[in-house]
Write a protein that binds this ligand. Structure first.
Ligand code: BT5
Length: 270
């Protein structure tokens, strides 16, 4: 643990409660420590919690990534939260939720002066390194399907605390001008609530707008990529677009391929 790490204060619960009270469609559950906010939010969803429950862990001890991977964050250095949503859009539109979330996180970080880009589908990168990860899960509940939108952002993580060499943090990118965890959390959550509500209410027109805004901001489009597919195979080529269903369109030697899920490697990181 570094000297900085010793000085990391807990999240300011009073400030968060006060600011979030201004948003009537969000309810805060702030936990000093939790294995996984996605797990807590999923439990609450099954217990009947409404849309807008925001579960925040000051320290998450067993964070989950996609495909049984882990998400590791030192105490007091990161933001880890899950937002419970109960979408009314058709099931076919749900794959947009993680993309919308990544796009929103990148835009919120940009508002603090960063140049954050989203790598398809939803990794948020600064200078080619991962600063935020997103895990969206669909939960079946007694009152219909719910979505748990989990977001982890490295804020004051120091270089020697990064779990993998491909990671970065807001402090590593900006040093002294690093925003507070509370400031970043509030900006991301407000952006998410706003972007999600507009997308839900706006019908196909809002869907079109999101698709073109996402494709324009996604750093994967225009890159040479390898996509590792869930079945263990891979395709390589030039990523040329993100289609109306959120799929990555890759121009391969055999023609255009549309990919709905997979891990992208940018051949030249960006
Ligand atoms: C993700 O998975 O990136 C999704 C991470 C979601 C975390 C949030 S925190 C709140 C909520 N509650 C949870 O339990 N989870 C969500 P994936 O694309 O599979 O990436 C996981 C990989 O990222 C790992 O295998 C590592 O290589 C790397 N990694 C782990 N911790 C990281 C970190 N703090 N920063 C950057 N990369 C990390």
């Amino acid at each position: 643990m570094t000297a900085d790490a010793d000085q990391r204060p807990p999240l300011d619960a009073a400030l968060l409660a006060e600011e979030l009270a201004l948003t009537p469609d969000l309810t805060l559950e702030l936990l000093p420590e939790s294995p996984s906010t996605n797990r807590v939010a999923a439990d609450r969803a099954r217990e009947g919690a409404p849309d807008g429950l925001l579960v925040v862990a000051d320290h998450q001890t067993a964070g989950r990534g996609r495909l049984d991977r882990t998400w590791e964050t030192p105490a007091g250095a990161a933001i880890t939260f899950s937002l419970l949503l109960r979408p009314t859009v058709p099931a076919a539109s749900w794959p947009w939720l993680p993309l919308l979330t990544g796009h929103t996180v990148a835009k919120a970080l940009d508002s603090f002066g960063y140049d954050a880009r989203v790598k398809w589908p939803n990794d948020v990168l600064i200078e080619g390194k991962k600063v935020a990860g997103i895990l969206v899960e669909r939960i079946e509940t007694g009152s219909g399907a719910a979505a748990v939108v989990g977001v982890g952002i490295n804020v004051t993580t120091d270089p020697d605390e990064l779990p993998v060499p491909t990671a970065t943090s807001l402090r590593i990118a900006h040093g002294d001008r690093t925003p507070t965890r509370e400031g970043v959390l509030l900006a991301v959550v407000a952006g998410l609530r706003e972007g999600y509500d507009a997308w839900q209410a706006g019908g196909s027109e809002a869907g079109e707008r999101l698709a073109s805004s996402y494709a324009a901001a996604c750093s994967t489009v225009g890159q040479d990529v390898r996509v590792d597919l869930p079945g263990g195979t891979a395709i390589s080529g030039r990523a040329v677009d993100v289609d109306r269903d959120g799929r990555l369109v890759v121009e391969t030697a055999d023609g255009l391929e549309k990919v709905g899920a997979g891990d992208v490697v940018h051949v030249v990181p960006g």
